[in-house]
Design a protein around this ligand. Structure first.
Ligand SMILES: Cc1ncc(COP(=O)(O)O)c(C=O)c1O
Length: 470
């Protein structure tokens, strides 16, 4: 640790233990340098670091003071911090690639649930029609017919969007990433959930953004009061949230909560990058709304894809970018240039000529059944060592062990038995969720799989102390 980091750490701990109270003036730079025996430059660095983390504020002529409501805020949300998660995410994803594993750590639904034959027919149909110049027709913002079909699907969900404001992207991840880039500069603070989809953390890391994390409750979901306070206390440039079937916890915001999020963000003029990749995977008769449904000022950039509900390998997603569509296209031009033309055309063929609704109906029913079955199985097997959270929609279960259990150790032991799991560490900037585990419940729970898992859980229980944090 460098000298300025050590000093910043000391001061942060003093602020947290209320030695310095909100609004109180800290020692001047000169005084601090004298007290600590450090150079002025080192002290300046330390103060700047604390300022960027939101602990203190520079006041003209009166030096630095402790940021207001720091004590309350501390309880509600985590202040801005730099992000560094990519290496661990990469390690876990690489380990999950083996097809002989029981892929409970996989982020996509069981590929066997994809309508492969129909999609192959659509690829064949598209390839017959494709001409060399089609590449040009499919440049950003993407294929016109595809954008229209997407807009029609939203209309059926009660959301009117102009196809001209939609940009087709390489999966939802590119849509999310370009959207965030379009409304931020490196160093800006962005609100995300804790825990959050690791793709959000990776994107913040890549764009040099700081994360202000708002807590979630495994039962009740996003803590809206903490969101409101974070928006009050910090200069937030954007917010990245999921309102339906949140990854990894699985909760959805209620209609009223979605409306409140839209209003809060509107009030603070903060753009929402809304991730709705699981929106089609609802249970029951009607599709859920999104926060975008309550957006009256074109303040929400709604991102999604076909990856979770139809086919992941096509890598086709989109953002409803509205007035920011041009900004997104310009960024796309500098990164991937455009989305694959044959894949866009194949999807147009599939959506226009095949029975997508029927596929979705079957997929929703299968996922709901498999999730319920996995939930019951986990409750029966591990309810003495963990709590299993199951929400309607999507296909993830969130399993919470006692706080001293380290699910990264469980994940490593599972790998040795050819089982992949998604440990909580993947979804956070710190160790707060190291006792959580995301389980993909979209795979058939065959008799053999049950035996496989049962043997593994028995081993964990037998050696539980080995999975405790030091
Ligand atoms: C919450 C969430 N958002 C976005 C993505 C990325 O989707 P796509 O494969 O369409 O890029 C994923 C994939 O795992 C996800 O879980």
């Amino acid at each position: 640790m460098k000298k300025y980091q050590r000093l910043a750490e000391q001061l942060r701990s003093q602020i947290e233990s209320k030695i310095w109270l909100p609004g109180q003036k800290l020692p001047s730079l000169r005084e601090q340098a004298k007290r600590s025996g450090l150079s002025m430059m080192t002290v300046v660095h330390a103060y700047q670091m604390l300022e960027s983390q939101g602990y203190i504020r520079a006041h003209e002529r009166s030096g630095y003071v402790v940021a207001p409501s720091v004590t309350n805020a501390e309880m509600l949300y985590q202040r801005p911090e730099a992000v560094s998660v990519n290496d661990f995410v990469f390690e876990v994803l690489q380990a999950s690639r083996d097809i002989h594993t029981l892929s409970l750590g996989f982020a996509y639904p069981d590929p066997a649930l994809s309508p492969r034959q129909q999609l192959n027919k659509s690829i064949a149909a598209a390839s017959k029609r494709i001409e060399l110049m089609t590449a040009l027709d499919n440049l950003p913002p993407g294929n016109q017919a595809l954008r229209q079909l997407i807009a029609q699907r939203y209309a059926a969900r009660g959301l009117e969007v102009n196809p001209d404001g939609i940009v087709i992207t390489a999966g939802a991840l590119e849509a999310l990433s370009l959207s965030l880039q379009a409304v931020t500069q490196p160093g800006d603070s962005v609100i995300i959930e804790a825990p959050a989809f690791y793709g959000a953390l990776q994107t913040l890391e890549r764009l040099g953004l700081k994360a202000v994390t708002v807590p979630t409750d495994p039962v009740h979901g996003l803590e809206l009061e903490a969101l409101a306070q974070a928006l009050n206390d910090h200069d937030i440039k954007a917010c990245w949230l999921m309102s339906n079937y949140q990854n990894p916890v699985g909760y959805s915001l209620t209609r009223a909560e979605k409306a409140r999020v839209a209003a809060l963000l509107q009030q603070h003029q903060v753009v929402l990058v809304e991730d709705d990749v699981y929106g089609e995977l609802y249970e029951g008769a009607t599709a859920p709304e999104t926060v975008k449904h309550f957006d009256t000022e074109d303040n929400v950039m709604l991102c999604s894809s076909f990856s979770k509900c139809l086919v992941a390998g096509f890598r086709i997603g989109w953002v409803v970018a509205g007035r920011r569509a041009l900004a997104v296209q310009k960024l796309q031009l500098m990164s991937t240039l455009a989305t694959s033309a044959p894949m866009q055309l194949s999807l147009v063929d599939y959506l226009a000529t095949k029975n997508y609704e029927q596929h979705l109906d079957e997929l929703r029913k299968t996922l709901a059944l498999r999730k319920q079955e996995m939930y019951q199985f986990l409750c029966d097997e591990i309810d003495d060592i963990a709590t299993v959270h199951c929400h309607a929609g999507g296909y993830f279960l969130w399993v919470v062990f006692a706080e001293n259990i380290d699910t990264t150790a469980i994940y490593k032991a599972a790998l040795e038995r050819n089982i992949t799991l998604a440990p909580g560490k993947l979804f956070a900037l710190n160790d707060h969720f190291n006792h959580g585990l995301r389980v993909n419940a979209s795979f058939a729970l065959t008799h053999a799989n049950k035996q496989w898992l049962r043997a593994f859980f028995a081993e964990i229980k037998q050696h539980l102390p080995d999975f405790c944090r030091a």
